[in-house]
Design a protein around this ligand. Structure first.
Ligand code: SF4
Ligand code: SF4
Length: 694
């Protein structure tokens, strides 16, 4: 182990460790709380979706919220009890914000739901094993909280050749992994074996800082002859950063903006490995975690295994919190942790430490001074960044420069701020700048999306407008053609040219013929009326009017004759439109005549209308002959005027017949009545026969 080559990473610092405060006692079980608050978002990715209702009883380990996407994990009840509330609850965040959560009132029984352990995981298909890990709700327990199954399944650059187990635990004060490795080394090794089976790497490397000799010894013993490389690292902060650990163990640098998987390596925290062991071999989902309770404001600093959802105040009370001595409460370590505004928030999956320092133990930083460009921050930066430059760009909100100087490679380790003689809160600037850039990116993404939607809409509208315009033009052209036809037909036809060769002219003639016929009819009707008036009251004015009307009738007749002579039968064979018009014209004339007959019009008017009907019939016949469609079989019915007497006789016959049948069906019918009915029927038949023979 000692002769194994180790590399180093740039920068790093050696802050006071303060680990001895909490690592001397074994992990204690935290008391079962009466009420647990389970935020739906305890991991990176989409929050879980509740699948239980208020009032529902749940068992320990039962799924209470399902994963809601690929990058998401389910949530399980940490103890048995009743769901008492689903909604906003305190969340462990620097802002003191509320977040959606499921609240469970414990029944004190801590009764487990049925579990499905799997001793022979080697018999499972990799995807089944991955699904088991996913369904157990495991996300990285080292602090980042990325869904473990997603991390295990994502191999963008091909095979993972090196599995790295992170037991560095480099942050001051935190000893949760230290105690875990000491006390649960066998489970840890079993968890690593599961991962190795799943990933099939060429090598497994375990990195532990040399300030944890007991953990190293325990792990060595548990490893036995297994071919896993245990590497003891010199204590330096932040050797537990993924990229730094990769470099320490393999000498390879993860490229800027990249992940260890980009160079064929995958990192997993020791706590996550134990959770995988519990999930696969014992069937237990993630419902608790080991958390360091430390700081001089606690009477009994220690590590506890606490149920997720346990209120932080209760955990600290268990460790003997003296609130009067506590200067502030930090979730995480002093380097990367954040201050919690209250004790009401619950423990979540990413909570590895609760630090309750006194003021003298962790005094607040002095007021910041201007940067003196000493360069100490750049020397300390493990990501080889230029923190002072990033600071200036962040102040000026120069996002492009921040990107160009690889702001997003900053792991927010705080090493730069730790060494800064001007006490500049550098990490706060970087966090704020990252948030700003992400927000802007989201806005730009939304704006881009909206722009694309707007452009697509404009394109759709433009096409619709073009279509409308094309239709308008087509209609205008059609109208112009029709007008041209009318103009052509107004002129007399060229008698020397066969009309079959001039279909448009023939159609025009038919149209003109129709108009003239109507005009002639109207003139005739007007003449008849005037003649009647003249007969009743002979005046010079009426005489003049009659003479005028006669001349008009004559002129109309002549014009009609001229056009009729020029038109059919030489109507073009293909003129179906003319045929259709002729049919319609005939129907109109027939209707006009019927209406006039019903209305009791005088003879002169009826004569005119009958002539017009006859003319329409002739025009139709001509059009039929000219059409290339076969002429319909004409069945002419001679509709005589209704014979009122015949109708009366037939009615009487029908009534007489019906009455007789009715009596015949009636068994109790009076015989004289029957006889009378028969006589009536015979008489009706006789009269009808007589009338029909007349
Ligand atoms: S350590 Fe502080 S003062 Fe020195 S260069 Fe960096 S930011 Fe400026
Ligand atoms: S916080 Fe960022 S910039 Fe500062 S030392 Fe760490 S990685 Fe470098």
């Amino acid at each position: 182990m000692s002769d194994v080559k180790l590399w180093d990473f740039h920068g790093g610092i050696h802050p006071p460790e303060h680990k001895a405060l909490s690592n001397r006692t074994p992990i204690q079980p935290a008391p079962l709380p009466a009420r647990l608050i389970l935020p739906l978002g305890q991991h990176i990715g989409a929050p879980a979706q509740p699948i239980v209702a208020v009032g529902e009883r749940v068992l320990k380990g039962q799924t209470i919220a399902a994963a809601s996407g690929r990058v998401s994990v389910p949530l399980h009840a940490p103890t048995s009890g009743t769901v008492s509330f689903i909604g906003p609850q305190p969340y462990p965040h620097v802002s003191g914000m509320l977040a959606p959560a499921i609240v469970i009132d414990s029944d004190g029984l801590d009764a487990w739901a049925p579990l499905a352990p799997c001793a022979d995981y080697r018999g499972l298909a990799p995807e089944v094993l991955l699904e088991k890990i996913r369904q157990a709700g495991i996300s990285g327990l080292g602090g980042a909280g990325f869904p473990t199954a997603v991390k295990l399944a994502a191999r963008p650059q091909g095979k993972i050749h090196t599995l790295i187990i992170n037991g560095a635990e480099c942050e001051p004060y935190i000893t949760a992994d230290d105690r875990l490795m000491r006390e649960r080394a066998a489970e840890l090794v079993a968890g690593i074996e599961i991962l190795a089976w799943l990933i099939q790497p060429e090598q497994v490397l375990i990195g532990i800082e040399d300030n944890k000799p007991e953990a190293i010894a325990a792990l060595q013993a548990a490893l036995g002859e297994r071919p896993f490389g245990l590497r003891v690292l010199p204590t330096k902060y932040p050797s537990g950063g993924e990229k730094q650990l990769v470099e320490l163990l393999t000498g390879q640098q993860v490229p800027s903006g990249g992940l260890p998987t980009d160079v064929g390596m995958l990192c997993q925290n020791v706590g996550t490995c134990v959770a995988i062991h519990d999930a696969v071999l014992q069937g237990r989902p993630l419902v608790s975690r080991i958390v360091t309770l430390t700081g001089e404001a606690l009477a009994r600093p220690m590590n506890v295994e606490a149920l997720l959802g346990t209120p932080i105040g209760e955990l600290l009370a268990f460790a003997g919190l003296d609130e009067a001595r506590m200067d502030r409460l930090i979730m995480g370590g002093p380097m990367m942790g954040f201050t919690l505004p209250s004790l009401e928030a619950p423990l979540i999956k990413t909570g590895n430490c609760l630090l309750a320092p006194t003021r003298s133990e962790l005094p607040p930083p002095p007021p910041p001074l201007p940067c003196i460009r000493c360069g100490a921050c750049a020397d300390a930066c493990p990501a080889s960044l230029l923190p002072q430059q990033l600071h200036f760009f962040a102040l000026g909100q120069e996002h492009e420069q921040l990107r160009a100087h690889n702001l997003f490679d900053c792991i927010e380790c705080g090493a730069c701020a730790y060494v800064c003689p001007s006490s500049l809160p550098l990490v706060q600037y970087y966090r704020a700048a990252k948030a700003e850039i992400r927000e802007l990116e989201q806005k730009q993404h939304k704006a881009e999306h909206s722009r694309r939607r707007f452009e697509l809409r404009q394109e759709r509208l433009r096409k619709a407008e073009e279509q409308k315009e094309a239709e308008r033009q087509a209609r205008a052209e059609q109208a112009a053609r029709a007008k041209a036809l009318q103009t052509e037909s107004a002129a007399l036809p060229d008698r020397t040219a066969p009309l079959a060769a001039q279909p448009s002219l023939a159609a025009g003639l038919l149209e003109q013929q129709k108009k003239l016929r109507i005009e002639a009819s109207m003139a005739q009707i007007a003449l008849k009326k005037a003649e009647k008036q003249l007969a009743a009251h002979a005046t010079p004015e009426l005489e003049a009017q009659v003479a005028e009307l006669r001349a008009a009738v004559e002129a109309a007749k002549k014009a009609l004759e001229a056009v009729t002579a020029a038109a059919p039968p030489a109507v073009p064979a293909s003129n179906d439109a003319a045929l259709k018009k002729a049919k319609i014209e005939l129907a109109i004339k027939r209707t006009e005549l019927k209406k006039a007959e019903k209305a009791g019009a005088d003879d002169a008017e009826l004569t005119c209308l009958r002539e017009a009907l006859a003319s329409a019939e002739r025009a139709l016949h001509a059009a039929e002959e000219a059409s290339d469609k076969p002429a319909p079989q004409l069945i002419r019915t001679d509709k005589r005027p209704v014979d009122e007497k015949l109708r009366t006789l037939k009615t009487e016959l029908a009534f007489a017949r019906a009455d007789l049948r009715k009596l015949e069906r009636d068994e109790a019918a009076d015989p004289p009545a029957l006889e009378s009915a028969r006589t009536r029927l015979a008489e009706a038949e006789r009269k009808l026969a007589e009338h029909q023979s007349e």
